[in-house]
Design a protein around this ligand. Structure first.
Ligand code: GCV
Length: 695
């Protein structure tokens, strides 16, 4: 194995080619002959497993690998038993995941002991915010891979090839489900023409064990069916959904179910008819039950009248605990507001004890620099999954409260909002692929560490990619020391760098809306705009200080956390620095744990973020001999842009907040390159034709 890895690092013949990133972490290597013994079956999934092993085997030459289906109490869902030359599973999908695991171990030089590998969650899903016209909400890597405005219903060979590559990438990291369209759902998706395309997609994804789901608009019976109401308790509405479900299952017999964003950000929902979220979700769950389908009902709800947006989901959903059918999962974003660079975990995790709750993470970098900035997100997800909710005693982490370890639940799931588009390299920024990879692997095993994930991904994605093999790239040890270690370190620090240069110390939601959430906008509050869509609502900066008072003396959002967290967060002396301004409004001269004032600490964090990105640039420049020229150059350019973005964030936020603090920027901090006036001039709100749409 070691020998093989050295070969790859030397630039084995197959690797001496242009790399455009399209192959993801599945770059081809010269295969070694292998014999695969598998159960006689015409199953497409089994055929995929066999083919993958035959085409990509890197183990002992001439080995025989046995795939065996067998019931085993130690195996959960699509888990498998793995040894060097045998994979056993209770399902064919399990054999496929076992095959990918074996190949990954071979390619990354990890040992294979005799072991059981079970997924943490039954469903491991990507949510695509793709619209029927081919656009992608918060997508930064080109148009949708599923939908096209011009010829939505014509399925081309190119479509099928792309969908197959997509399915293979997902299966290789354990993902088994895809929601094909935006949660801000168009009713069109349920029309006959679009359902035909859904069937075509499902047919291509099926051999890789990936099932399809759809986001549905709650008012579809009105908008598509011509009914007068979408009231979930109206028999005509139920009948409409039943007929629609039958139509879908005739086309896609293994259709997974519906994802619903209801009574949220202007989307229709049961509350429009005086009904609850449970009424709405249960109606759809009953409709899908005979077909084995599930409902994923999002808890992302808030309204302009609420004094603290962070509290609303908990307030609406906790009273409904125990009222949902067992084929409903409530889908909860990692934090209580909205995928910010850092949020405390949502207090709904662990608080819903009789309802299946599934975490929703955002892979696409809406608030973390789009497809420009390099931000490896596994540390953020790891932070959330490992947070102890204390809801069922110490150790009731978010991971354990959602994967069935703490509460009895029939189904378990984890969803990630995809960053995939038609760009050749799928994700725009080459390092965005690492987030897709890490999400899938964490959905399979929610205890994996970020450092293991960087190690795997970097080896799979870059080993042997150097365009030439200079003497310096001569050994695995050299590659490890000069590429793997420094670039892994860069990745592991990258999310914290974004936090530092954009929203440190618990600041949140202070991005520019003019630039679609890229870059700073702490001032952004056009007249007439909903307050909870404007940054000043969140940072509350004034002459006295900065931060949102969520203590018991303020909005009391702290009280939604179980003790000892509520008390810990409530006291600025014990509240962790990273959540300080999330929970507290504090004076500019507040004494921090470091001994510095809050103002100085804030300035140092902004400056640190800038310096970190500069260091990322240096690290990447030094990695040049180990990377193909194409990806090296693309990432180098992106880091340049990120460096400018970091400086802009630092200058804009410090100069803006300085208007309130009236304090000098500490001398150790790099002086601003911009003036506040210049930054503001570049961030004038764009006129919006239809009033205050979600910015
Ligand atoms: C799909 C945020 C995003 C919206 C997104 C919404 C959601 O508000 O800005 O684009 O809508 O979250 O998760 O529903």
């Amino acid at each position: 194995m070691k020998k093989l890895f050295i070969l790859l690092c030397l630039g084995a013949p197959l690797a001496l080619r242009a790399e455009d990133g399209h192959q993801l972490w599945l770059r081809p290597h010269a295969a070694v002959p292998v014999t695969v013994v598998a159960p006689a079956s015409s199953s497409a999934v089994l055929a995929t497993a066999r083919r993958e092993l035959q085409q990509h085997w890197q183990g002992a030459a001439g080995a025989t690998v046995t795939l065996a289906l067998r019931k085993d109490k130690a195996l959960k869902y699509d888990g498998f038993r793995l040894s060097k030359q045998k994979i056993e599973a209770a399902t064919e999908a399990g054999l496929l995941y076992g095959a990918y695991e074996l190949l990954r171990r071979q390619q990354t030089g990890q040992p294979v002991a005799s072991e059981v590998c079970n997924p943490s969650y039954e469903l491991r899903l990507l949510n695509h915010w793709d619209n029927p016209d081919g656009s992608v909400e918060r997508g930064y890597a080109g148009k949708s891979i599923f939908w096209r405005q011009d010829s939505a219903l014509v399925v081309t060979r190119r479509d099928q090839k792309l969908w197959q590559e997509y399915a293979r990438a997902n299966a290789s990291i354990g993902l088994n489900s895809s929601v094909l369209n935006n949660v801000n759902a168009s009713p069109l998706i349920l029309s006959a023409g679009y359902l035909g395309r859904v069937k075509a997609i499902a047919d291509v994804l099926r051999p890789y064990g990936v099932r399809v789901y759809l986001s549905v608009k709650f008012s579809s019976p009105v908008l598509l069916g011509g009914l007068k109401t979408a009231d979930p308790l109206d028999p005509a509405v139920v009948k409409w959904w039943q007929a629609k479900a039958q139509e879908i299952y005739r086309l896609v017999p293994d259709f997974g179910g519906f994802l619903v964003k209801a009574s949220s950000e202007g989307q229709p929902g049961p509350q429009d008819y005086g009904r609850t979220h449970a009424d709405g979700a249960n109606m759809l769950a009953d409709v899908l039950r005979p077909h084995g389908g599930l409902v994923m009902w999002r808890a992302f709800v808030y309204s302009p009248s609420d004094k603290d947006r962070a509290k609303q989901a908990y307030n609406e959903f906790v009273p409904l605990d125990g009222k949902f059918r067992d084929n409903v999962l409530v889908q909860v974003k990692n934090g209580p507001v909205d995928f910010q660079p850092r949020e405390p975990f949502s207090p709904l995790f662990g608080a819903l004890k009789k309802t299946a709750v599934m975490p929703e993470f955002q892979i696409t970098q809406e608030y973390l620099g789009h497809a420009t900035d390099l931000a490896f997100l596994a540390p953020m997800w790891e932070e959330c999954l490992r947070s102890d909710t204390h809801q069922a005693g110490p150790g009731s982490t978010v991971a354990r409260c959602t994967d069935g370890s703490v509460y009895a639940q029939k189904h378990s799931a984890m969803a990630g909002v995809s960053n995939v588009g038609l760009d050749t390299n799928w994700t725009g920024q080459d390092f965005g692929q690492a987030n897709w990879y890490a999400f899938g692997r964490l959905a399979w095993n929610n205890t994996l560490s970020s450092s293991q994930l960087t190690d795997e991904w970097l080896k799979l994605t870059f080993a042997g990619s150097a365009a030439s093999a200079p003497a310096a790239v001569g050994s695995a040890a050299d590659w490890n020391a000069h590429f793997l270690a420094p670039v892994a370190q860069l990745m592991l620090a990258s999310r914290e760098a974004v936090v530092n240069y954009s929203m440190p110390l618990g600041l949140h939601h202070i991005m520019s809306a003019t630039h679609d959430h890229y870059g700073p906008g702490p001032w952004w509050a056009p007249p007439g705009m909903r307050a909870d869509w404007t940054p000043p609502y969140y940072h509350q900066a004034d002459a006295r200080g900065v931060g949102f008072d969520r203590t018991t003396a303020g909005s009391s959002a702290v009280s939604q956390y179980h003790e000892p967290l509520a008390a810990r967060f409530n006291d600025p002396a014990t509240c962790p620095d990273e959540y300080l301004l999330w929970f507290h409004h504090l004076p500019w001269d507040f004494k921090m744990k470091s001994g510095r004032t809050l103002w100085d600490e804030l300035a140092l964090h902004y400056d640190q973020g800038v310096q970190q990105v500069r260091q990322f640039q240096r690290t990447w420049d030094q990695a040049r001999p180990y990377v193909d020229a194409e990806r090296f150059g693309t990432v180098q350019n992106k880091l340049r842009a990120q460096s400018g973005n970091a400086v802009l964030w630092k200058d804009a936020c410090l100069l803006y907040f300085q208007q309130f603090s009236h304090l000098p920027i500490p001398p150790t901090v790099e002086p601003p390159m911009h003036t506040l006036d210049a930054v503001l001039a570049n961030d004038l709100p764009r006129p919006r034709a239809n009033g205050p749409a979600r910015p």
